[in-house]
Write a protein that binds this ligand. Structure first.
Ligand code: UTP
Length: 451
């Protein structure tokens, strides 16, 4: 292959052809631009990392596909990937860590005076246009099995079915009306669902939300590995990747210019929540006021665990710093421990309802959060070029978790809310935390709430 630089190629073409033709030609040439050198480099990298299998179909591919896979290889951090694979072989070391309970404030035990004070502090920030909301919508929603971005799922609530994104947009519009502001709304997507998400908002005219106040940004990806450590060839012959977990939101916000954009708008406090909780309170002056009053930079709303064995992460301190411990890591005996009032010591469930100051986000956007490994099902292209659909977990997926950022603060504020007021998640297709359970919570909430 002949290698031209963009400049020399352009000069040659401009000397020989008309401008309109050149632009078309350039677009096409640049669309599949890679060099023999790059291909050789990619092969060498794969050899050094024992991943040569990846290129077994390369000669059959067209230039576009070749370019894509070569770029993926050259951009991959194999040192990190090899380390992550090694870590799948050792179980998480929680044994030697000191786990303690963490203090929280129960919203429903606050005196009227305290509630009013926190509300006033919080409302002042909101009314001063110093508050913004971020929705994490980059997940794959595998358990729900909905075809499309999770936010495009329609829930059969009263009085008429609504999309998850619509419910969020309407919640924010109510807050806008109440505080006479237009909150900047940032939505994190994945490379997989970004286009569909944006198109969905366009098609539905942003559900009435002022479009110029909505900004989408996309999180990163990490490859999935088969159990033997091999990278996976996907249906389209590229390396199979998946979103790198909601904990990558911080670096994604910095990279995409979201933090800069917030600073330009003089935003001081940022709420970050999930796409799939239809009772999510994204604009909560009490949570905000409490956090400011306690002089913290980060905060979270919790609900009491339904039972010691409920499969949710619980707030605690690990080695002295605020953390969320996964239910799989919390020893059974500790999960059942209670305080003098009979409350579970590790009973505050993390419900993806988080608040940060802009400084806090800047700080955590610069640190690398740990990746957690999940054993998942992943279809793959086998050596006979057949795309295998699997029924059992066969691969490792790596994800950073949003709550691991709490480790970087000496303290955080935790406000315990109530399930029936704050938490109606849609995770599973049926059973617990499904559209049916969420719908019931939502309908009951709105039956008892006046706007
Ligand atoms: P979950 O961890 O519950 O994942 O996400 P999920 O994608 O909704 O569902 P499963 O596990 O595949 O069934 C909690 C929140 O974090 C977001 C989700 O969109 C949801 O709002 N998330 C998750 C991301 O934005 N990016 C990710 O990489 C993962």
């Amino acid at each position: 292959m002949i290698i031209y630089t963009h400049i020399s190629l352009k000069n040659i073409l401009y000397n020989k052809t008309k401008k309109g033709d050149i632009d078309y030609l350039l677009i096409n040439i640049y669309a599949h631009m890679f060099t023999e050198q790059e291909l050789a480099q990619a092969r060498a990298i794969l050899k050094a990392n024992k991943q040569e299998n990846l290129l077994r179909f390369i000669d059959k591919l067209d230039n576009n596909k070749k370019e894509k896979i070569i770029k993926q290889i050259l951009n991959l951090d194999f040192t990190q990937l090899n380390k992550l694979y090694e870590e799948t072989k050792s179980s998480a070391e929680i044994i030697n860590k000191k786990i303690e309970n963490i203090k929280y404030v129960d919203e429903y035990k606050l005196s009227d005076e305290a509630k009013e004070r926190y509300t006033n502090i919080g409302e002042k920030v909101i009314k001063n246009n110093q508050y913004a909301v971020v929705t994490m919508a980059g997940g794959q929603g595998t358990r729900l099995e909905h075809n499309g971005p999770k936010g495009t799922f329609k829930v059969d609530v009263d009085p008429e079915p609504k999309y998850l994104f619509q419910i969020l947009a309407e919640n924010l519009q109510r807050a806008n009306k109440k505080y006479n502001v237009i909150l900047p709304w940032y939505i994190m997507t994945s490379t997989e669902n970004n286009e569909e998400t944006v198109n969905f908002f366009e098609k539905h005219e942003y559900f009435g939300y002022p479009k110029e106040n909505v900004m989408f940004f996309t999180q990163g990806n990490l490859p999935i590995l088969l159990e033997n450590g091999d990278l996976i060839v996907d249906k389209d012959y590229t390396i199979k990747e998946a979103a790198d977990g909601n904990g990558c939101i911080y670096s994604a916000m910095a990279k995409a210019g979201v933090l800069e954009n917030m600073k330009k708008k003089n935003v001081k406090w940022i709420f970050i929540g999930a796409v799939d909780n239809i009772l999510l309170n994204m604009v909560d002056p009490i949570l905000l006021g409490l956090t400011i009053d306690e002089k913290n930079e980060a905060a979270s709303k919790s609900v009491a665990k339904a039972s010691p064995k409920e499969k949710v992460g619980a707030f605690c301190k690990i080695n002295g710093v605020p953390s969320v411990i996964e239910y799989t890591e919390l020893p059974e005996k500790m999960a059942e421990e209670v305080d003098e009032e009979g409350e579970l010591l590790f009973g505050e469930a993390h419900i993806m309802c988080n608040l940060f100051s802009i400084q806090a986000l800047e700080k955590v956007s610069k640190v690398q959060l740990p990746y957690h490994v999940a054993h998942k099902k992943s279809n793959y292209m086998n050596e006979n070029e057949e795309f295998v659909k699997v029924t059992e977990p066969n691969a490792y997926k790596f994800e950073a978790f949003i709550f691991d950022a709490f480790n970087f603060f000496d303290d955080i504020s935790i406000l315990r809310g109530k399930r029936e007021m704050d938490f109606a998640p849609i995770k599973n297709k049926v059973g617990n935390d499904s559209p049916d359970t969420a719908k019931e919570l939502y309908n009951n909430y709105w039956k008892n709430t006046k706007i």
